[in-house]
Design a protein around this ligand. Structure first.
Ligand SMILES: NC(=O)c1ccc[n+]([C@@H]2O[C@H](COP(=O)([O-])OP(=O)(O)OC[C@H]3O[C@@H](n4cnc5c(N)ncnc54)[C@H](O)[C@@H]3O)[C@@H](O)[C@H]2O)c1
Length: 256
């Protein structure tokens, strides 16, 4: 957090469920919500990183996040994880559909099995997480759901068609659920990140040339980091954004 970053009293003691919270942008969501006094639960397949994050947050005197080990391609297990979080903390107020995997693939080699696996990790679990979490929000008289899209297909990036197709679908999922859940005062929005320098992105793709071309394309001349995205997610979860739903919020330094 930066010294001038906002605090949101409406997030204090809220129960926030984050998918893919162990590393990358998801870990920043977990840390930012905990710093606001929220009770976080999160799933991931990277147990060591998840446990270390939960311990580090508890060591700061904040509410210790509940980590549930779960591969969210297994929908019954995933919905059980959401139910466990709700029964442990009493409800779910906020759902952050963050997890995805942007593995590159050549369209010529994609099999039916690979396609279905990519959609399972990039599009399917978000629907079933909403299906499991929304009834708690309905009982509460409202809630906030934040889905994660991607700038990639808006930029017509190639080299990962199953991922970009799924990310296009997330925007449709967002607007469809916003309509269905709006009468219950449940808001559904989509955050569209630009290129965010997580450790994974840095290891796999950051080169001086890639950084230079990104900065040339962005209006703002600084590379983005996970905290830049988490700050937007906090606002969308908080009551401050109470009349915003069915929208796309791009955090890309002005690229797309
Ligand atoms: N980093 C970027 O530049 C960027 C750009 C555009 C969009 N996004 C989107 O932002 C979100 C977060 O991105 P990120 O870069 O932090 O992603 P990431 O790949 O670094 O991390 C995603 C997290 O999800 C977890 N995860 C992956 N597969 C899982 C599974 N089957 N079950 C449970 N957990 C699983 C991973 O272990 C990881 O902790 C994603 O939706 C991504 O598509 C990121």
């Amino acid at each position: 957090m930066q010294p001038n970053d906002a605090n949101y009293p409406s997030l204090r003691d809220k129960v926030v469920f984050v998918s893919g919270g162990a590393t990358g942008i998801g870990a920043s969501h977990v840390a930012h919500f905990a710093a606001q006094g929220a009770q976080v639960a999160f799933v991931d397949i990277q147990a060591a990183a998840a446990q270390a994050l939960a311990e580090a947050i508890a060591a700061k005197g904040q509410k210790k996040p509940l980590f549930i080990h779960c591969d969210l391609r297994d929908i019954p297990a995933y919905q059980a994880a959401i139910a466990l979080a709700a029964s442990t903390f009493g409800t779910i107020n906020v759902l952050v559909n963050n997890a995805a995997h942007d593995e590159r693939h050549d369209w010529k080699t994609v099999t039916v099995e690979y396609w279905e696996d990519r959609l399972a990790v990039n599009l399917r679990h978000q629907f079933f997480a909403i299906q499991a979490a929304a009834p708690f929000m309905q009982k509460n008289g409202g809630g906030s759901i934040i889905n994660f899209g991607s700038i990639s297909w808006h930029l017509a990036m190639g080299g990962m068609p199953a991922y970009t197709t799924a990310k296009a679908g997330i925007e449709g999922l967002t607007r469809s659920f916003a309509k269905d859940l709006g009468p219950d005062n449940i808001r559904v929005n989509c955050v569209i990140p630009g290129w965010i320098l997580t450790e994974r992105q840095k290891t796999l793709w950051l080169t001086p040339e890639a950084e230079a071309s990104t900065l040339a394309a962005q209006c703002l001349k600084r590379m983005l980091v996970p905290d830049d995205v988490a700050r937007m997610v906090l606002w969308l979860a908080a009551d401050d954004s109470r009349m915003c739903t069915s929208q796309l919020f791009t955090v890309d330094g002005g690229w797309w």
